[in-house]
Design a protein around this ligand. Structure first.
Ligand SMILES: Nc1ncnc2c1ncn2[C@@H]1O[C@H](COP(=O)(O)OP(=O)(O)OP(=O)(O)O)[C@@H](O)[C@H]1O
Ligand SMILES: [Mg+2]
Length: 361
């Protein structure tokens, strides 16, 4: 266990900047998700921590000590990489023991630690199988056991669940979280899957184009993102451009076409200022009549409904052509609540749930 720090790390290949001034501290025992679109620099950041990439500028510290001049095998880092490869001709047990053998750990100690890892990753009974005799999820757990058995200070996981189907992926997410918590190991977890980042990590760092643009707890980044790009990347959202038309105490009123909204604003903007307005689909209510007492009401017509099992996604178009996405719990047609395409409806939402991003973001 150790704290990991990236301090103003930049990395360029020729004239191509791949990482730009990345600063990030991962606390001892913390699980941080590095989230961002393909090609934004997530794997490169992990490779800097592991030592396979030497930053062009900046510093990397593990447990308070600079490691930039240390080779990967001197950093005591456990890795499960995107294209993790098990040794195909070795048994599960031999795969897991490999790192300990290389470190010349004694026989008795080695057996004890491999047994422990087999138990932690629920691989009991599979020790003598070869990788091609395992399921995808089992192989994934061998890769994890192999990384953990050396008792690394830091665990780096690069899309370790990428190859798995949805169900297995969810099961492995639960297991990974359990193992990470039980061992209390400092972990950096790379994913481009926002749900995985939200459910697995203590904290998320969002990366776009080689930069960390925002960090925070999953709840913070989902409910109160500071940037428009973060809101649209994490989950689904409705975001539109509007102008401030009135300022009223802690509230601002913004207008755009036929949409006028009242927002509880922390930052006051002057009248006439441009801003982006955002609302999550689950914060929008849909009703057949204008709801009494609601502050923000938008009239529209149902354009599409998409059944998702537990909920229904309802797309509603306004007169001036803006399309809202609202999410409602699925109700059975017998209860009479089903939304039909073409129905005129009213959308309403609380000022406190509307997010405001000054333009230029
Ligand atoms: N050896 C290399 N030579 C040239 N460009 C590279 C090299 N390695 C990475 N890149 C570029 O650096 C950028 C970041 O790559 P990186 O692998 O870190 O992205 P990523 O966020 O992990 O993406 P993904 O989600 O697709 O795995 C990409 O644009 C990639 O093309
Ligand atoms: Mg990658």
């Amino acid at each position: 266990m150790a704290q990991v720090e990236l301090e103003d790390v930049s990395y360029a290949l020729g004239t191509t900047e791949i990482l730009r001034n990345v600063s990030l501290t991962i606390a001892e025992g913390e699980c941080l998700a590095l989230l961002g679109p393909s090609g934004c620099g997530k794997t490169t950041t992990l490779r800097c921590i592991a030592g396979f990439v030497v930053p062009t500028h900046g510093n990397v510290r593990i447990g308070g000590k600079s490691v930039v001049t240390l080779r990967p095998n001197r950093r005591n880092v456990g890795l499960v990489f995107q294209d993790y490869a098990l040794f195909p001709h070795m048994s599960v047990r031999q795969n897991i023991a490999y790192g300990l053998e290389r470190r010349k750990v004694g026989k008795a100690e080695l057996a004890k630690r491999v047994d422990e890892m087999v138990a932690i990753t629920h691989l009991d009974g599979l020790e003598e199988r070869r990788p091609d005799q395992l399921s995808g999820g089992q192989r994934q757990r061998v890769a994890l056991a192999r990384a953990l058995v050396i008792e690394p200070d830091v665990l780096l996981l690069d899309e370790p669940l990428g190859a798995l189907d949805r169900l297995l992926r969810q099961q492995m997410q639960v297991e990974l979280k359990r193992i990470q918590r039980d061992l209390g190991i400092t972990t950096v977890f790379v994913t481009h899957d926002q749900e995985e980042a939200l459910s697995l990590s203590d904290r998320i760092a969002v990366m776009f184009d080689g930069r960390i643009v925002e960090t925070g707890s999953p709840e913070q980044l989902y409910h109160t993102p500071q940037q428009r790009g973060v809101m649209s990347f994490l989950g689904t959202s409705n975001i539109w451009q509007a102008k401030v038309v009135a300022a009223d105490g802690p509230y601002l009123e913004l207008s755009s076409g036929d949409i006028r909204v009242r927002v509880a604003a922390e930052t006051q903007l002057p009248k006439g200022a441009a801003a982006q307005v955002g609302i999550r689909p689950e914060h929008i209510r849909i009703s057949a009549e204008p709801p009494e007492g609601a502050v923000n009401i938008v009239a529209g017509r149902i354009e599409t409904t998409v059944y998702k099992g537990a909920h229904v996604e309802i797309y509603v178009g306004t007169a001036t052509g803006f399309e809202f996405l609202a999410r409602q719990p699925a109700v059975s047609t017998e209860s009479g609540g089903a939304a039909r395409v073409g129905d005129p409806v009213y959308l309403s939402f609380e000022p406190e749930n509307v997010l405001l991003f000054p333009s230029g973001d």
